[in-house]
Design a protein around this ligand. Structure first.
Ligand code: NAD
Length: 312
């Protein structure tokens, strides 16, 4: 059976990926320092093929057994986290990605980088195809995340071109589902938390900015297919159905049966106005497209076992 290392495996996406790989009969080594997650995400996994290693990937990653795949997800991911941890975010994108790529090179493993739609910044092209180079403000507060991921992509391609490492890059668009932290600052968990408490639902700006939301099961299936493919160029993974933030807030209030009212707050600096993946490459190369509609996905998320708000 193949062995996969999942860095950031105790996080929101990482924990779902670990479960997916275990369900396919793989051995899974989860490497995470619990910087923005907790063991709560993986404590239910009772499988002798699963190992958790508490380790900071900015330090050398040592694994004493053969490895077939390295899924590199470790990184602060929500704005609240990377604004709190700007230097750490840059270190994880640089040293952490070097170490994960070094592991893949040493083990002759296939390497997958979890990159992000944020490499497109505030896009001038809509929807965003992989050929678009982006419009990122390198010195704004969000630059630590966007540029860390852009550097990580450049590093991944350099390891591929110069060192012959078998790499791939997933550009992940907004993904949601069970185990998102209620206070992680991203729109869906925030709206759900506020609506469940009948508290005001806070929409930034006038709510006309758009996002696309991919259900976690769809995304994990895409990551797996990409790792299995022979593709080396970046592949967008996200749901191309676009919603305004106001539509999202209204939908969350409606399906939670909440009495919440919507209130408007100032837009954060460099908040992108639009965000929509062009997924032709994922369709052509992976035969992948999302299957879960937003309302259905939100209902699944709401039905999942709840967790108390936890501050990290
Ligand atoms: P998350 O915060 O839940 O998970 C990130 C994990 O990385 C956490 O478990 C954290 O403890 C770990 N981590 C952070 N620094 C580390 C370090 N130095 N060493 C070891 N582990 C470390 O976030 P997520 O939403 O699951 O995101 C996972 C990956 O996917 C990230 O790389 C993120 O940039 C990318 N991504 C996510 C989304 C999304 O919508 N969820 C969108 C685009 C990209």
């Amino acid at each position: 059976m193949p062995t996969s290392v999942v860095t950031g495996g105790a996080g929101f996406l990482g924990s779902h990926l670990c479960e997916h790989l275990l369900a396919r009969g793989e051995r899974v080594i989860c490497v995470d320092n619990l910087e923005t997650a907790s063991l709560e995400n993986i404590e239910h996994i009772r499988d002798s093929a699963f190992t958790f290693v508490n380790h900071d990937v900015t330090e050398f990653i040592r694994i004493d057994e053969p490895v077939d795949f390295v899924y590199h997800l470790a990184s602060p991911a929500s704005p609240i986290d990377y604004l709190r941890l700007p230097l750490h975010t840059l270190k994880v994108g640089s040293y952490g990605t070097h170490n994960a790529l070094g592991l893949a090179k040493f083990k002759r493993a296939r390497f997958l980088l979890a990159s992000t739609s944020e490499v497109y910044g505030d896009p001038q092209v809509h929807p965003q195809p992989e050929e678009y180079w982006g419009n990122v403000n390198p010195i704004g507060p969000r630059g630590v995340y966007d540029e860390a991921k852009r550097y990580a992509e450049a590093l991944t391609m350099a390891y591929h071109r110069q060192q012959g490492v078998n790499t791939c890059i997933a550009r992940i668009f907004n993904t949601y589902g069970p185990r998102m932290r209620p206070h992680d600052g991203r729109a869906i968990p925030t709206f759900v938390r506020q609506a469940r408490a009948d508290a005001p639902v806070t929409v930034f700006g006038d709510g006309s900015q758009t996002r696309s939301f991919c259900y976690v099961d769809d995304l994990i299936r895409g990551l797996y297919l990409l790792a299995q493919s022979g593709e080396h160029l970046p592949v967008n993974l996200g749901n191309p159905r676009e919603f305004t933030l106001l539509e999202l807030a209204e939908l969350v209030i409606s399906i939670t049966g909440s009495k919440s009212k919507i209130v408007f707050e100032a837009l954060p600096i460099d908040d992108p106005q639009v965000r929509q993946p062009e997924i032709t490459r994922a369709r052509d190369v992976l035969g992948w497209e999302p299957e879960v509609e937003l309302e259905n996905g939100l209902r699944r998320m709401l039905a999942a076992p709840g967790r108390e708000p936890v501050a990290f």
